[in-house]
Design a protein around this ligand. Structure first.
Ligand code: S3P
Length: 169
């Protein structure tokens, strides 16, 4: 049985859209861990952050990833912070084929604007915060099995590169 495929990286790089494309093309199931948490609580991620706090969300996120990696034949898109959790990291590195979808900080700053769906950013300092998160996280994302720089690539092209990587395993 082939390992699941995990997509990770910063918010705004297109993990969900690209994951859905890959899953469809490869006839695999698609899991978005944030979406599953939203369904479980009938709340948006922002509402969960507001009403229950980030710590609660991170615990749910760890549980959700642990459940997801046990399934078969899945493409799993993670929320941007999930891979920072050591248990999550270990489970992913041990049991899955993982791809870091990266974009340059400049592209990221252009793409990721504050909106209600991004509880970690706030209106006034979203650019500063995105830079801070990226510099804190990039060395951790680097642990993934494979990295794709998505700058100047259409989502379909990124999906193709992911499939090329995945088919080698
Ligand atoms: C987060 C990214 C979000 C979501 C939450 C926290 C992060 O997911 O999990 O807002 O810590 O970077 P996306 O990467 O899908 O936006």
């Amino acid at each position: 049985m082939k390992k699941n495929l995990v997509l990770l990286g910063m918010m705004g790089v297109g993990k969900t859209t690209i994951g859905e494309i890959v899953a469809k093309k490869q006839d695999m199931k698609f899991i978005d861990t944030d979406r599953n948490i939203e369904k479980k609580y009938s709340m948006t991620i922002s509402e969960i952050f507001d009403e229950k706090g980030e710590r609660f969300f991170r615990i749910e996120e760890e549980k959700e990833v642990a459940e997801s990696v046990k399934k078969n034949n899945c493409v799993i898109s993670l929320g941007g912070g999930a891979f920072l959790n050591k248990n999550t990291q270990d489970a992913i590195l041990r049991n899955t084929n993982s791809v870091w979808l990266d974009v340059d900080l400049k592209t990221l700053s252009e793409r990721v604007k504050w909106n209600k769906k991004r509880p970690l950013l706030n209106k006034e300092n979203s650019q500063k915060k995105i830079k801070q998160l990226y510099s804190e996280r990039k060395d951790i994302y680097e642990l993934a099995n494979h990295k794709i720089n998505c700058d100047n690539l259409e989502k379909e092209d990124v999906a193709k590169k992911i499939i090329d990587f995945y088919e080698k395993y």
